[in-house]
Design a protein. Structure first.
Length: 184
């Protein structure tokens, strides 16, 4: 058997873990069994383009945390994107979206905000949260460092990386001697 150096083996393991995270997001429970979750893995040149977009947002908005998170992304092997088609109603008339009925929600104009498009159905937002939790649980079980990042999702949406998603979150992954996503 050939010798697989640490860096190569860890890179392959991280990419494999990111694929398992996609499976976890896909198989996570969904409201009424309706799957409006969208996923992707960003690595290589595309990951750098995503980090560059985060730097642009930092400059535009004068928010240094976008730069900090862009550095975390650059220091990661990949990022898992998880989004949702949040402007689809679930049909329970709960009112959490701000409309009295799902019909009113469906008829409401959908508007792109600064980062995401809304209004968002609470059932779809919950589905996104459950999918995110399931994906990071998988990473944790595999001892893969990770952190859910809003700012990665913001840049991913601006780059149209998940075209149907109205809300996106990003989960960078790494394997270093110390978790790079905490104590920043």
């Amino acid at each position: 058997m050939p010798i697989i150096k640490s860096e190569e083996g860890e890179r392959e393991a991280l990419l494999h873990a990111s694929r398992l995270m996609l499976v976890s997001a896909r198989t996570a429970p969904k409201s009424g069994g309706v799957d409006d979750i969208l996923t992707a893995i960003v690595a290589g040149k595309e990951k750098e383009a995503l980090a560059e977009e985060m730097d642009k947002i930092a400059e535009e908005r004068k928010i240094e945390r976008f730069k900090r998170d862009a550095k975390n992304l650059r220091d990661s092997e990949a990022a898992v994107l998880i989004g949702v088609r949040g402007t689809r109603s679930f049909g329970i008339n709960c009112g959490a979206c701000g409309y009295a009925t799902c019909n009113e929600f469906d008829e409401a104009q959908k508007k792109a905000g600064q980062d995401f498009t809304g209004p968002t159905c609470i059932a779809k937002a919950l589905d996104l949260g459950i999918a995110l939790g399931s994906a990071v649980k998988t990473a944790s079980l595999l001892n893969v460092d990770n952190r859910i990042m809003y700012r990665i999702g913001t840049a991913a949406r601006r780059l149209n990386l998940l075209p149907e998603a109205t809300v996106i979150m990003g989960i960078p992954i790494s394997a270093k001697g110390k978790n790079i996503y905490f104590d920043r």
